[in-house]
Design a protein around this ligand. Sequence first.
Ligand SMILES: C[S@@+](CC[C@H](N)C(=O)[O-])C[C@H]1O[C@@H](n2cnc3c(N)ncnc32)[C@H](O)[C@@H]1O
Length: 365
Amino acid sequence: MTSNTELRGIVYNGTNCYSSGMENSRKVVRTFTKQILQCVENLLEQDHKSSGTICIAEFGAADGGVSLELMVTLIDHINKFLDDLRDIIIVYEDQLFNDFNVLFKTVHATNSNMTNKLGDNVHVLASATSMYRKCVPFASVDLAFSSMANHWLSEKPCENRDGIFQTDCNNEDLKAFRHQWKTDWKQFLSCRAKELRQGGYLAVVSFVTDDNGRCNNHVGENSYQVFTSIWEEFQQCGKITQEEFLHTSSVTYHPTKAELVQPFQDDIKGCLTLVSCTQRDIEIFPDLPNNAGIEEKEMFIEKSIKCIKPWLYNILQSGLSKDRTEEDKAKIMQDYFRKLRNILAQKSEFCPVLYRTACVVAKRT
Ligand SMILES: C[S@@+](CC[C@H](N)C(=O)[O-])C[C@H]1O[C@@H](n2cnc3c(N)ncnc32)[C@H](O)[C@@H]1O
């Protein structure tokens, strides 16, 4: 049996589209919108006399719904700034197994009651590749953007023998995950440097970790421990096999801020210049007061599960044996999230949910 690599990094939200539940990720993008707008303003000031097409590319876009608000803001800005209505191309990139059909429905707003806000001068294209390869032609992009995707590795460097997440890793496994991330990040930057036009900008919103390797606290300080312990319990009671437990790894590495900016000090020097790296701890939702009623608690739990399940579901499912039936897998996943819900329901304290993030802005020189 092998684990299912096709699910790696692919987001899941049941029958709903991914971004419909991701108000948390939209909040993260909103935090950095001003900085990204500034990149576009600089671009337009440099380039307002040319009549060429403007190209924005998003890497690891999922269904495009999280960044749509940002895209609409950027396009409005471009349309207002320039005298002529310029053609704008948006290239949405993600992995081959991403659901691009949902992406087109989302950005053209045919699967919601939002009207299409992109306008006739905006042309939406897609690239099903890997952000660790060159995805669009040489020197064709004005603004390259990515949000909450650069922690996904191009390949699993080794099994995480002690659990599922970075925080579970022993020193040796952690070293291998870190090494893979550093290689991938350099590769990502070098591909974007080739794709950007001279004077173009790159803006990457990334998770960053604290000294303990954590970048969020979905269910309190010990979130990842809780997620792993349920899976461990499933193994101990025979719901999943030992082999399945071993094959379940989040193929991710969350960098520190220093690791994010490191390549700009040497490798990428000369083609991408770091403009800024701004760190922000973002409150995804506030804590609950001690006297909160049952209904408020239920709502808090509902919101928490909504922003955990889309990324955790396939991490767990990818460890399950291919020999299992789809019904069997679905039942295990249902039991897992029911158990998580029960653990949350027993909590007496609900701290604010925080994401530690940073936005790297760089210019193609
Ligand atoms: C957590 S989601 C983030 C989606 C969206 N950008 C947001 O801000 O919510 C991570 C996305 O990265 C994509 N991804 C992971 N590895 C990738 C790769 N090698 N190339 C392109 N996309 C990748 C996944 O398919 C997924 O859509």
